[in-house]
Design a protein around this ligand. Sequence first.
Ligand code: NAD
Length: 493
Amino acid sequence: MATAQDVRTYRHYIGGEWVDSASGETMESINPATGEAWYRAAVGGPEDVDRAVRAARAAFEDPAWRDLSQSQRGVLLRRFADLMAENAEPLAEAEVLDTGKLIREMRGQMARLPEWFHYYAGLADKIQGDVIPNATAMFTYGLREPLGVCAGIVGWNSPLLLATRKIAPALTMGNTIVLKPSEHTSASLLELMPLFEEAGFPPGVVNVVTGDGATGAALAEHPGLDKISFTGGPDTGAKIAAAAARNHVRVSLELGGKSPQIIFDDAKPADVATGLVAGVFAATGQTCVAGSRALIHESLYDEVLERVVDRAERIRIGDPLDAQTEMGPIAFQAQLDKVQRLVQAGKDEGARLLTGGERPDRTGLYFEPTVFTEVDPGMTIAREEIFGPVLAAMPFSSEEEAVRLANDTSYGLAAGIWTRDIGRAHRVARRVDAGIVWINTYRAISPTSPFGGFKRSGIGKEDGIESILDYSRYKSVWVNLSDAPPADPFVVG
Ligand code: NAD
């Protein structure tokens, strides 16, 4: 495993082998906490993508994979989950060096990721078809089959979590997969590959092609795919969906968000303040579900914001490898530039800064936890995803107004509702346009619970049974049980 001192070299992982790009091109990735390069990885072009898709197709058709029983696939997945757990520490370290996320968060995440493989391993031999009622002379049944070769294109903010959510259901159903991690964070996924081999997956079942957006586009455009699953920004998602449409390929999109946290007048201010801080400052705000809009009942508005500001100003910013650190750097320069640009837009458009808004005086791509008040719903900071530690607060006076403000966004990923009134909690949960609703909590995830957004936040679900079905195709088979020919060959039977 690489340390910050080594500049490692990574190559593509195709058909169970480490291979250079056909072009020989490479790219550098920096550790955002130090600004120093810590590895170089291959930049894949269409030739490399084609090689990976062909390897995945060959593996899909190879009896060594195709003829495994569903239970046998479950055994491989469980073995892999155990290996992942054994390697949790070096994988967590790679995530930290790549993303600048906290070692304490990544240790927590790595401790949980094997759950995804165990969950799907448990489902592996429970996915079954149907017997379909039809005329007595007919026997009709439905088969759930794998799709074939899937592509998984992912962003940089939690590389292994985002990839796991695609790999686990795809392999459980018997597909093969070609992954394209973000150009900013390729290391951890590549470090994972030998574990697939060790667990006993045949070569070519899981492949990784590294590179930038052009590499991702080459993969999305490849005519040899059967599904594309994407996690990233909405604009990229639209391009990928267009490519999928041209090739008539199934697509699922996990995109961005501008998620509201709605705080009613009966909520406990201390709990709510913690929930708001966790929702938007954890992971330096670089989560798709960041609760970046705080909608607070006017009776609690000042008290809640005072508490949030107080906690924000005490957040320990620092080295993400230090277990005491609470907020690390932004993952890369362009993302920091975007955060700064949007914070400036907030100031220019008349929102009032309660705290933060600047870079702290230290080396690395750090930005202060930032809270804006006097935010108008039409302002840029209330509408655009910032993907950084920036909270935009707005008061409301009625349930109706809270729902209207919550839904006044082009996104629809997540929402938080804070109230002790059980009727109101469930009423509002039904009315918010969000794929995930948390009541008196925030940012909880589990492999058992479908995850994904509405509107500009995406199409389809990851996790849960919903996800695995999306990695399968349904085939209806009709058997004529009678010996007699059709009564009338010109009428549909
Ligand atoms: P991005 O769209 O810039 O990049 C995502 C991936 O797509 C990268 O691997 C990139 O190289 C690739 N890519 C870029 N252009 C491409 C193209 N034209 N064709 C194919 N692939 C291309 O997103 P990002 O900045 O890496 O990630 C941040 C975004 O991801 C945020 O909007 C965030 O909310 C979203 N996100 C969503 C979820 C979710 O589950 N809903 C989870 C995490 C992040």
